[in-house]
Design a protein around this ligand. Structure first.
Ligand code: EPZ
Length: 416
């Protein structure tokens, strides 16, 4: 398995071009199952998870050409099964459930199972589809769903769920009647998906708010859409500028998607200013420690919690980081501690006492965003850090070591 080796201590300067968002591309590609004909999607990132969903969609009968701009044709669906072997490598595979039930009236999708950051059930996806008339059984680790024709329903999500909102929104586009989703997720990736679905002829309003209305139509047609930039990648590089006391132009990002982070980084003393095509992030000499609480969008993104913890581990004081979205998203704490961070976990709070200097060490990536926090810590640590299991990183960051070395980091990947 590949490793990433970093010599810490370099301030980062220069331009970073942000790639398309993994968490927007995955549901948009699944939406292609709803139409016959060829859909064209632009700004698709080159990531492991994209390769995985391509494999899954091809298994179902899709023809897919291209990379950054890709064509997906699903004239015919010749399987409605999403097998465990594929779903276990990427939980977001569950996003084919809604489209398959809507278009084919049947689906057999493996339960995703948990992952490092939590149990991550999909009970809310299932409950909503049942409220729309699907008969659903859980058998031998699979979700077996059947529905002659889904019916519009009023659905309330107990918990704001991103892929739950996306799955049900896709299913509702072809239901008989109108569906209202309440306590829906407001993430920009949900809005991106709604725009693509409306381009296919769906009738969706309210995406981006917590009440989304979908009027069912009889069929959808293929469309052309563009994936939004990855706000989590952008946030990761903004934090890197702060940690290394450097200055980065984050190009291609959408500042409105990063308001919670921008607000926090300014509180730490960083300068964040809009520039043509994105944002300029400038580090500060003295890092103020700030408290962070993760929340559904537009609150502070849980996917930036680990990166912010790396930043606060060299802050000037004490920071309390509260994780409210996932129950086990502190796997990076023990690895950061190996580098000299002073962090105590109390329930869903991490108490981070800033230290003057982190030290390089061999560390292990445990999940996608935890891996990013280890890279950030390594960039400022004294000496060499060797990060193993970087396949976690490849799931969600396009050529991350190339992007970091282009702005001055001493970083290289070695085949493991
Ligand atoms: C999406 O995951 C993202 N993945 C995650 O990004 C992100 O961390 C998460 O949203 C929160 O923003 C994709 O979009 C592919 P949820 P998702 O359903 O949809 C509970 C990354 O690093 N829940 O919004 O799976 C759940 O356990 C990944 O790119 C239920 O209880 O997350 C969690 O506590 C990691 N029942 C909370 O809701 C359900 O049926 C939010 O989960 C669904 C969710």
């Amino acid at each position: 398995m590949d490793k990433i080796i970093i010599q810490g201590g370099k301030a980062l300067h220069g331009d970073v071009l942000i790639s398309g968002a993994k968490n927007a591309a995955l549901p948009v590609m699944a939406a292609a199952l709803l139409t016959e004909g060829t859909n064209t999607f632009h700004n698709i990132p080159d990531l492991m998870d994209i390769k995985t969903i391509k494999k899954l969609l091809r298994n179902l009968g899709a023809q897919i050409e291209g990379e950054q701009t890709l064509q997906i044709n699903v004239d015919k669906i010749n399987s409605c099964v999403a097998p465990y072997e594929l779903v276990k490598t990427m939980r977001a595979s569950v996003l084919v459930l809604g489209p398959l039930v809507a278009r084919m009236g049947v689906a057999r999708v493996s339960l995703p199972g948990g992952c490092a950051i939590g149990a991550r059930p999909v009970n809310l996806h299932i409950k909503a589809l049942e409220e729309m008339g699907a008969q659903i059984e859980l058998k031998e680790g699979y979700i077996e769903a059947k529905a002659k024709k889904l019916k519009g329903a009023e659905i309330y999500f107990d918990i704001s769920t991103v892929t739950g909102t996306e799955n049900v929104m896709m299913a509702a586009t072809l239901a008989q009647g109108t569906t209202i989703l309440r306590n829906a997720a407001c993430e920009p990736e949900v809005v991106n998906l709604a725009e693509v679905l409306n381009g296919m002829g769906a009738k969706i309003s309210g995406a981006g708010t917590d009440v989304i209305k979908i009027e069912g139509v009889t069929s959808l047609k293929p469309t052309e859409g563009t994936i939004i930039p990855d706000r989590i990648e952008a946030g990761t590089f903004m934090i890197a500028a702060g940690m290394t006391h450097g200055e980065l132009n984050i190009l291609g990002c959408v500042p409105e998607h990063l308001e919670a982070l921008i607000n926090k980084l300014r509180d730490t003393g960083m300068k964040i200013s809009p520039i043509k095509g994105g944002l300029k992030a400038t580090g500060t000499k003295k890092i103020n420690s700030v408290d962070v609480k993760t929340l559904p969008y537009p609150g502070f993104a849980t996917d930036l919690q680990a990166q912010m913890m790396a930043y606060m581990s060299i802050g000037g004081g004490l920071s309390v980081i509260t994780e409210t979205v996932f129950e086990n998203r502190f796997m990076h704490v023990s690895e950061l501690a190996r580098m000299g961070a002073d962090i105590t976990i109390q329930g869903n709070n991490a108490i981070v006492r800033g230290v003057p200097q982190l030290r390089g060490a061999p560390v292990m990536a445990t999940d996608l965003r935890a891996s990013a926090s280890l890279i950030l810590a390594a960039l400022v640590a004294k000496g060499t850090t060797e990060i193993s299991r970087v396949y976690h990183l490849d799931r969600g960051y396009e050529q991350i070591e190339k992007k970091f070395s282009a702005v001055g980091a001493n970083i290289k990947r070695v085949a493991g």
